[in-house]
Write a protein that binds this ligand. Sequence first.
Ligand code: MG
Ligand code: MG
Length: 249
Amino acid sequence: MAIVIRTAKEIARMRRSGIALRGVLDTLRASIAPGMTTMDLEEIAEAKIKEAGAISAFKGYHDFPCVLCTSVNSEVVHGIPSAQRVLREGDIVSIDCGLIIDKYYADSAITLPVGKIAGQAQQLLEATEKSLQAAIAVVRAGATLGDVGAAVQEVVESAGFSVVRDFVGHGIGTVMHEEPQIPNYGRRGQGIKLREGMVLAIEPMVNAGQHSVRVLEDGWTAVTVDGSLSAHFEHTIAVMAEGAEVLTA
Ligand code: MG
Ligand code: MG
């Protein structure tokens, strides 16, 4: 399947989706506190998505039941919000959300601290976010997917953490997961060349320990095999001639 090149008009529509999604995640960042459940976060997000005139990209996707993925501590991605999952001081929660406005998608994730967190957890959050920023910084027409993966991997591994291999970023547009796949590891200069108008969801998933993950019996929740903490940051970006425009910033 070919990689879609979006027109300026399409990117403008995706910018609208991105801004709405940023509003959802900013509200969750301002709301999260010890004692809340991950279902509380889900309900806040569902109301904000509706208020923005958007629809969830996640709910119903392969029968996923919620508008958010909430992945706590050693959960990597695809955790399902639950009224039984109470957040405690010191937890970290990866929150992934996707929405659609007028057929155009946006996809973004953040990992939030719950109250005060331990030093290692803080370092993990900082390294993961920094790796996403490093990846975005190398994006421009003519850069390669290997440049993007290498940028993530260098930041993560120099901080002593591991890049998850089993899940990758993706193209995005009028479908949530389009070509190409975007690994968070790679070699500079390798892989396909980026072109102006490509829209990509870049999303490093980083484990404090080893990179291996497994999926729980619910068929969704991915966890670290070694029980170490995991973090996830994601932006939807448009490739421009001289750089990247972050649509979900
Ligand atoms: Mg996502
Ligand atoms: Mg994604």
